[in-house]
Design a protein around this ligand. Structure first.
Ligand SMILES: [Zn+2]
Length: 713
């Protein structure tokens, strides 16, 4: 693995957290998969050799429990969901190079190999532990089969995870007052021999690994805290029939117990990333893509996951890879959750927009891809509502990008039968080069939002350019200049097709055909954005259609009605079993009610230390209004702001250059600390501090209209 900028000369593999084969996919689930797909496509647009892989997660107790309820085998149950996912993803143009599942032969073999390797390297040991057991049914109760009280926070928890309380991963035997979740019988603990992976031995390695790790900052910060609070070794076997057997020929498989044990689902799930890459190589041949290069030799491994599974990917997984002699991940991109109208998705209450429902309503997949990819920073939560969806589609896709391309190509086709005879102007060529640079740095920053914005901003420039130059007035007076302007617009349209393709593949494919270009736009690298357009083409069709307000009202009513119906049903059915819902709680970013609580775990801890009221009064905090904003030269992140604070105008320097559109800031009401010591940053004086929340610098403002200069108290 290198830390050179993409594209590198080594193959990359982009993976998506495996969906757990246990229930339907909704719009919230799709965020990670859209994110992974956009990222993998964008790497290819940069010219990076890339494989994009995933698979269904088939094992574990939720599948076993739900299969049992339906009276089918766990394999049959999980395979049915696997087939559903395999059909659903391509409908959203999420195109994996390989999509396998954890129960197939490749993954079973690869998993056993890696466990044997870990055992041979002395990283696995046996320990007697207390496991929950139902004496009436004569049944062991691993993970979800047992419920009780979390020993850390006292909340009701399942055997392997405190998902209503402190969010900790719970080891077997830890849960207090155990009860069988199937029969309700009180459970006993009895002693069993299990296998442990000595994660604690990897603490130093993991500390260094996290320093090297790229991606979103949440994937580094949380694990650092976990390491500091002391790593526990990890029980990697379960008393269960459903799963991959502990390899009998492992160097340490001496006891009889190993025969009855399967591997914990979290051992074989991430190994599917490797297995799926292997299957891709098996299909295309190692000359086209050699799985051993990224995984065994030297490549760029990028994991795209939901943030509820950071611990597994940033602690357990790299320790396993390191212990078995594999390459470590270069980056982990952990997405925030998706909420629906400000609240969590609830699969049990049918409070969700389902993936197939979205398509049945007749919406194009690219609209949702654009929304999910660009509505917030990747690690931030994104709220989905039909109103916001409509707003962004109509404003940015229809109004900005679609409008520019349509008017340009229509004018070109009618007047010149395609691109007129000209060469691109310096102004437009420079602007495209800037968009390409923005796109490249976005991908190197692991920001798919910025990559999408690079195209939308370029389309915004296009609209401004055509408006400013008014080619329709020039066709008679200055035909040469008219040709120049329209040629520039065709060039901009071509660049847009290349740069927006990762976000909206089907739409850009259509645009590519409209432009009369040969080949597949997905194969075009960034360099093609500045190559001369092919020439002849006919009148275009519009790329996007407006969504009417009535349509949104209808959709909102439908959702409200369904939630109301489901809530009534739930009231009638009070004893609804907890295991009945479709929380994809193994390898997914499902946003359920419980997951929404999980967001608290991501927040910085509250300060224990109190300050006096007098200390607070020392702060002179004021309402201000931004008058002017510009970037500080040579500083990537800093902006210089002139802020009116009533008494006077202040100059402040704030780290918001890349996070806000500086041109749109004047007129924005902000909150500043007026009596902070002056500072000089990059030679520019900062006289006060702008208040903002979080990594994306969400600017603080006032709710009402307190006059400029008002003191905050
Ligand atoms: Zn807890």
């Amino acid at each position: 693995m290198s830390h050179e900028e993409f594209p590198t000369d080594r193959p990359a593999v982009v993976t998506c957290g495996l969906p757990y084969a246990n229930g339907d996919l909704h719009v919230g689930h799709l965020r990670t998969y859209v994110g992974g797909d956009v990222y993998a496509r964008a790497l290819e647009t940069l010219g990076q050799e890339t494989a994009f892989v995933s698979g269904s997660d088939m094992h574990g107790t939720p599948v076993a429990v739900n299969a049992d309820k339906e009276g089918v085998s766990p394999e049959e149950f999980a395979l049915e969901w696997h087939e559903t996912y395999k059909e659903t993803f391509p409908q959203f143009d999420i195109e994996f190079d390989n999509y396998g599942h954890t129960h197939d032969e490749t993954n079973t073999e690869t998993t056993k190999e890696i466990v044997r390797e870990l055992a041979a390297n002395g990283h696995i040991y046996e320990k007697e532990i207390m496991v929950a057991y139902d004496p009436i049914e004569d049944q062991h109760l691993p993970d979800r089969y047992v419920e009780g009280t979390c020993p850390y926070c006292g909340e009701t928890a399942r055997g392997d995870e405190c998902d209503d309380g402190c969010q900790r991963h719970l080891e077997p035997g830890e849960i207090e007052d155990p009860v069988s979740s199937i029969t309700g019988n009180p459970a006993e603990y009895h002693e069993r021999t299990h296998k442990f992976f000595e994660v604690s031995e990897f603490a130093d390695y993991l500390t260094d690994f996290l320093d090297r790790l790229e991606g979103t900052s949440n994937a580094q910060n949380q694990p650092r805290e976990w390491i500091e609070s002391g790593l526990q070794d990890w029980c990697i076997t379960r008393d269960l029939d459903w799963g991959i057997d502990y390899p009998e020929d492992a160097p340490d498989a001496d006891g009889d117990d190993a025969d009855d044990l399967v591997l914990y689902v979290w051992v074989d799930a991430p190994i599917e990333y490797i297995s799926s890459t292997k299957q891709y190589t098996d299909r295309v041949g190692s000359d086209t893509y050699d799985w051993e290069q990224p995984w065994k030799d030297d490549g760029e491994i990028v994991h795209v996951i939901g943030r509820d599974i950071i611990q597994h990917h940033a602690i357990f997984w790299p320790a396993m890879l390191n212990g078995a002699g594999y390459v470590e991940p270069r980056a982990i991109m952990a997405s925030g959750f998706v909420t629906l109208g400000g609240k969590g998705f609830s699969t049990s209450r049918d409070r969700a927009v389902w993936a197939d429902e979205y398509l049945d309503e007749g919406f194009h997949p690219d609209l949702l891809r654009y929304y999910l990819a660009t509505n917030g920073g990747f690690q931030q939560d994104v709220d989905f509502s039909w109103d916001k969806f409509r707003d962004r589609v109509n404003t940015e896709l229809v109004g900005t990008l679609g409008n520019f391309v349509y008017r340009s190509l229509l004018f070109a086709a009618r007047n010149y039968g395609g691109a007129p005879d000209a060469t691109v102007s310096d102004e437009v060529d420079d602007r495209i080069a800037e968009a390409v640079a923005d796109f490249e740095s976005a991908i190197n920053d692991y920001s798919i939002r910025k990559a999408g914005n690079a195209a939308i901003d370029l389309a915004g420039f296009g609209n401004e350019y055509i408006q400013r130059n008014e080619p329709w007035k020039l066709t008679d007076d200055d035909p040469e200049q008219a040709q120049q302007v329209i040629y520039d617009c065709v060039q901009l349209s071509k660049a847009l097709a290349v740069l927006f393709q990762p976000v909206a593949p089907e739409t850009c494919d259509r645009l590519w055909s409209q432009l009369g270009e040969d080949g597949d736009v997905a194969d075009a690298t960034v360099a093609v954005a500045r190559e001369a357009p092919q020439g002849e083409f006919d009148e275009p069709d519009e790329l996007f259609a407006k969504i009417e307000a009535e349509r949104v009202e209808e959709l909102n009513e439908k959702l409200d009605q369904r939630v109301a119906d489901a809530t009534d049903d739930e009231a009638d059915d009070d004893d609804a079993d907890d295991t009945d819902d479709t929380d994809n709680d193994t390898m997914s970013d499902d946003t359920t009610d419980a997951d929404t609580d999980a967001q608290a775990a991501d927040l910085e801890a509250l300060s224990e230390e109190r300050i006096s009221f007098e200390d607070f009064q020392d702060l002179d905090i004021r309402v201000g209004e931004i008058i002017d904003a510009e970037g500080v030269e040579d500083a990537d992140k800093l902006a210089k702001l002139q802020v009116d604070i009533g008494h006077e105008e202040r100059q402040l320097v704030a780290g918001i250059k890349q996070l806000h559109d500086l041109d749109s800031l004047p007129g924005t009401r902000v909150i500043i600390v007026a009596n902070l010591e002056k500072a000089e940053l990059f030679g520019v004086e900062s006289n006060g501090m702008l208040l903002a929340a979080g990594d994306e610098a969400d600017l603080l403002t006032t709710h009402g209209d307190a006059p400029i200069g008002t003191r905050i108290q």
